[in-house]
Design a binder for this molecule. Structure first.
Ligand code: SF4
Ligand code: SF4
Length: 252
């Protein structure tokens, strides 16, 4: 009995100290983060908690005279950094006997039709549950410190993490409509986005189109999905518009 108690205490101590080092890594790298309990998730039904974290696009990227060019490369690097962190955190938790699934910043997601993409996990909703912000009028997360320029990733874990809730701020000012007015696709209404319209304007990849055209047969949906992921999303080279983010006064 004493031996079992001792073993459990040792396990608990290691788990707690691993958690502290995970949070320290996030804090040291200037990430915002929080945790929340979750009931179930189809992609990982055993998950009991979510750890959600994000990094901001630096303000000057949006203020620069070439915001799109700078955004493309910055997002590309941030997604890779976030995804690597998500894998590392999942492995640390796994070592503590809690299976954990990295949830990447952007892909994989399902391509359900022309301009129709669906993520497996709603990171924005989970981020609001962690108090990282509120839903903005542009349907992104609006964080009290970083506005809508946070890029998010996370980990779903079997561990029942103690909840870390941040203060979500006040959300969008009532009288601000900058993002809606700036959208060239007219895809935004307050708190709602026509995703198809946005993607049609926001995303275009000459490389993907070239690869599609180079095939002399009709590709299956899963082949198209693979092509999209490899040729477009993995490199995040498809941004044609970031107007709603670039014009948000909370980002500047
Ligand atoms: S990314 Fe561009 S097209 Fe999409 S909602 Fe924002 S402003 Fe509109
Ligand atoms: S531009 Fe204004 S309304 Fe739109 S997300 Fe930013 S603060 Fe909210």
């Amino acid at each position: 009995m004493i031996e079992a108690n001792f073993k459990y205490m040792r396990f608990l101590f290691k788990f707690m100290s691993d958690l502290q080092s995970i949070y320290k890594v996030l804090e040291d790298s200037k990430a915002v983060y929080g945790t929340t309990k979750i009931k179930s998730n189809f992609i990982f039904p055993n998950a009991r908690s979510a750890l959600i974290f994000g990094f901001p696009i630096p303000r000057a990227v949006l203020k620069s005279t070439k915001p799109l060019h700078n955004y493309w490369r910055t997002a590309n690097l941030l997604y890779r950094h976030l995804d690597t962190l998500a894998v590392k955190i999942a492995l640390i938790l796994e070592e503590d006997s809690y299976d954990s699934l990295p949830i990447f910043g952007c892909f994989p997601f399902r391509v359900t039709g022309m301009y129709e993409y669906a993520g497996f996990v709603d990171l924005i909703r989970l981020a609001t549950k962690c108090g990282l912000g509120k839903i903005s009028k542009s349907s992104m997360l609006i964080n009290p410190e970083y506005g809508t320029r946070l890029i998010l990733a996370g980990v779903l874990t079997e561990a029942k993490l103690e909840e870390i809730k941040k203060s979500p701020g006040n959300g969008c000012p009532e009288d601000c409509y900058e993002c809606i007015n700036a959208c060239p696709a007219k895809a935004l209404e307050p708190y709602s986005i026509d995703v198809k319209r946005c993607i049609r304007t926001q995303s275009f990849s000459p490389l993907f189109v070239h690869l599609l055209k180079s095939e002399n047969r009709e590709l299956s949906p899963s082949e198209i999905e693979i092509l999209q992921h490899v040729a477009v999303i993995d490199d995040h080279n498809w941004y044609m518009c970031i107007e709603c983010t670039a014009k948000c006064p909370r980002n500047l």
